[in-house]
Design a protein around this ligand. Structure first.
Ligand code: FES
Length: 108
């Protein structure tokens, strides 16, 4: 079993659950883009643009610690939250199973 579940909270508060593969080396950003979510990802996943910003609504405790580079980029945003992450820095892996995220973008 290599699929995990990713829950995406829509702007209206409803939640969609997606099945995500962990064996393709995808980041959460690439996966969400592939599912037609509106993420610019201008930097292509280099932690340099912050347009892939998501708020982790549940499951933040399961994720790897945020890196200094990731935090520094998020810290430039007007809409940063306590549980903000760059989705390009999160690889689809078992620890992401059943997390819930809300797509935030760069808030500009
Ligand atoms: S895609 Fe640019 S920071 Fe994630």
């Amino acid at each position: 079993m290599t699929d995990i579940k990713i829950n995406v909270q829509n702007p209206d508060g409803s939640i969609i659950t997606l099945e995500a593969p962990t064996d393709m080396g995808l980041s959460l950003m690439e996966f969400l883009k592939g599912n037609e979510y509106d993420i610019l990802a201008t930097c292509g996943g280099m932690a340099l643009c912050a347009t892939c910003h998501v708020q982790v609504i549940s499951g933040i405790e399961k994720l790897k610690e945020i890196s200094d580079d990731e935090f520094a980029m998020l810290d430039t945003l007007p809409n940063i939250t306590e549980t903000s992450r760059l989705s390009c820095q999160l690889k689809l892996a078992n620890e992401l199973d059943n997390i819930t995220v809300k797509i935030m973008g760069d808030g500009l």
